[in-house]
Design a protein around this ligand. Structure first.
Ligand SMILES: Cc1cc2nc3c(=O)[nH]c(=O)nc-3n(C[C@H](O)[C@H](O)[C@H](O)COP(=O)(O)OP(=O)(O)OC[C@H]3O[C@@H](n4cnc5c(N)ncnc54)[C@H](O)[C@@H]3O)c2cc1C
Length: 398
């Protein structure tokens, strides 16, 4: 069958979707030795964000949340390894910073404790964020990788195009998918996947509110380093109206504050109802605690006030697949005899698990299509890509 449209280049694999999962997967495949093209309706930070297009909303901490995934541990380890490489290179918009996870009720250590670096309980940490009225707090601190998302994704796209990857912006229908070029397709269309390919498993959406605080000084800890946190107050202490987690992540361009996870159906128009106390920020109703509790924590721990910040409220949808079953869709099916690898449904952890998922998707492609690695020629600024290609090609992530 002739699949290539006239304007399409010859490629081995067509990657559908250009969010964080699509660009990571396309890059991984290119570095493995496939020629690829991305077909996507939107590109993060080039096109306007919209709640169903999740990537521009990622905070973007690299720790699992709101996700089920088989082999999650391995996916997280691979992602950590790639983010470490990027952070060490200093060229990709990834850095490491102290991250606190704080609760006012005690919790067991998380499953990622052995994978992240510098993990220690708060009892071993000197100062940490704490609500002034909280009697005691529990939790942990570790050295988290953190993506300066606008910079990171624009570096990923620039690297991808510099090594020969193609990007086409177009909205696809089910029929379009049949006519795309390539020996295989990889579906990374997030919440859009359900419109393109039937999926027997259920999906749900976790709505997440954020407040972007522009013009606020960069939050720094006692050592003068940027830090971030997730903080969950005791509901009995703060009352139902303001109970729930909040987080703060400093980016170079803004301070990202957030903390809601409202479960809604992906098929219905969400009515915008916010449980508990809320307030309007720039016309968007957000849980009050995102501003009030964060303000309290930032002021007491880092002496930072939001008062002079320009605040913007918004919300995005975390695309959660099959939370009580298989989770993330990572499997190979067939469309008219052509392999289609699904890589979608990453909930609140698409950035966190991006490279591990890309490695698994590539493995599923490789089972049916041989790569043809050639020597890689990258601009000097992307020298880190040669090291990543070496790791991929020597089987470090298989
Ligand atoms: C408030 C909030 C905070 C978050 N914080 C974090 C965090 O700190 N850390 C973390 O790891 N994750 C976080 N996440 C989750 C993360 O954003 C998602 O898991 C991730 O972005 C999913 O990426 P994706 O590429 O699968 O989907 P998307 O980003 O939705 O991308 C899908 C792509 O497919 C394209 N597409 C869809 N349908 C079609 C079609 N028919 N034709 C052509 N193209 C199509 C879209 O244009 C888009 O490019 C957060 C999410 C939210 C909402």
């Amino acid at each position: 069958m002739q699949r290539a449209e006239q304007t399409d280049p010859y490629i081995d694999v067509a990657v559908l979707g250009g969010g964080v999962i699509g660009i990571s997967t396309a890059l991984y495949l290119e570095l493995r030795g496939y020629s690829t093209a991305i077909y996507t309706e939107k590109i993060p930070f080039r096109d306007e964000p919209a709640p169903r297009f999740a990537t521009p909303y990622a905070a973007a901490s690299i720790k699992p949340a709101s996700v089920t995934m088989s082999e999650q541990r391995q996916a997280l380890s691979i992602s950590q390894d790639v983010f470490r490489l990027f952070a060490d290179s200093g060229s990709m918009g990834i850095r490491q910073q102290a991250h606190f996870v704080v609760y006012e009720r005690d919790r067991a250590d998380p499953s990622y404790a052995e994978i992240v670096s510098g993990f220690r309980r708060l009892s071993e940490v000197g100062r940490h964020p704490k609500r002034p009225d909280a009697r005691s707090v529990f939790g942990w601190q570790f050295e988290a990788y953190f993506a300066e998302l606008p910079a990171y994704l624009s570096r990923c796209y620039a690297l991808y195009e510099s090594i020969g990857g193609h990007v086409f912006e177009r909205s696809l229908t089910r029929d379009d998918c049949r006519n795309l070029p390539g020996e295989a397709l990889v579906n990374c269309t997030g919440l859009g996947a359900r419109d393109l390919f039937p999926d027997p498993r259920p999906w749900t959406v976790h709505v997440g509110h954020q407040v972007l605080a522009d013009g606020v000084q960069l939050v720094r800890n006692d050592d003068g380093e940027p830090f971030s946190y997730n903080y969950t107050p005791d509901p009995d202490a703060v009352g139902d109206g303001t109970a729930g987690e909040v987080y703060a992540y400093p980016r170079m361009d803004t301070l990202v504050l957030g903390g809601s996870r409202i479960e809604v159906s992906p098929d219905d128009e969400w009515n915008g109802d916010v449980p508990g106390r809320s307030r309007s920020v720039g016309g968007v109703e957000v849980p009050s605690r995102i501003i009030d509790l964060n303000q309290e924590l930032l002021e007491t721990y880092a002496g930072v006030t939001l008062e002079r910040g320009e605040l913007t409220g918004r919300y995005g949808f975390r695309p959660v697949r099959d939370p009580d079953g298989q989770g993330v869709r990572l499997e190979r099916v067939s469309l008219d005899g052509r392999p289609v690898v699904h890589n979608c449904g990453h909930g609140g952890a698409g950035v966190t698990l991006s490279w591990g998922s890309a490695a698994k998707a590539c493995e599923l492609v490789e089972e049916v299509l041989e790569p043809e690695p050639t020597s890689l020629s990258v601009p000097r600024e992307f020298a880190v890509a040669e090291r990543l290609a070496d790791r991929i090609r020597c089987g470090r992530y298989s």
